[in-house]
Write a protein of this length. Sequence first.
Length: 230
Amino acid sequence: MSVWSRIVEMAAKAFDPEAEPPEFAEECAPRPNDVGFTAAVIGLAAKMAKADGAVSEAELHAAAQVFRPPPGEEQNFRRAFSLAKQTVLGFESYAKQIGRKYRARPCLLEDVLDGLFHIAGADGAVGDAELAYLEQVAAHFGFSEMEFRRIKATNLGPEVGDPYAILGLLPGADMDEVRHAWRRMAAENHPDRMTQRGAPPEFVEIARDKTAAINAAYARIREELSVAAK
């Protein structure tokens, strides 16, 4: 039985706001058949997609891109996502449970947020309600405001004139700080590193996009500091 059909089978419990959150695997990357973790993340994704009032077909397609149900399981995936989106109540408990379980493993927590950002932007824009929800999830995961600012910037681009956000820095950082932040983030988000640490394959493409954003931000800051030094 696949993870998707198992989620559908246990949906009454998995998406019941009154139910206890499911248990999660101990690995940094959840096991392929870790139904509890998958159900919780689908719950978070469904609530996020519904934050702007409706779940679009584009968002459902993006969710399928993130979770990649195997051939023949697309219908079970759609049923699981549909069951999850029927209510927006109670899913904060899943964010808190994931955050408590993996607080010492922020790589996995950031992967989940990246996937949620990907789904949020599927309809062409990430609205204020979706951003507020994503920030709330990040807080439950244990990320600081500065860390969320960085994750947001690597997914949506920096605010005008602020490539420092992508590197997790404040404007005014010197070149040594910029170089150190760039090297650390480039190493942590490299697609090969993601694969080696056991991250799910559906996030490798997102890692490529983040790496490109990190490199672009570093190049822009380096150019700006070089011009300012002349």
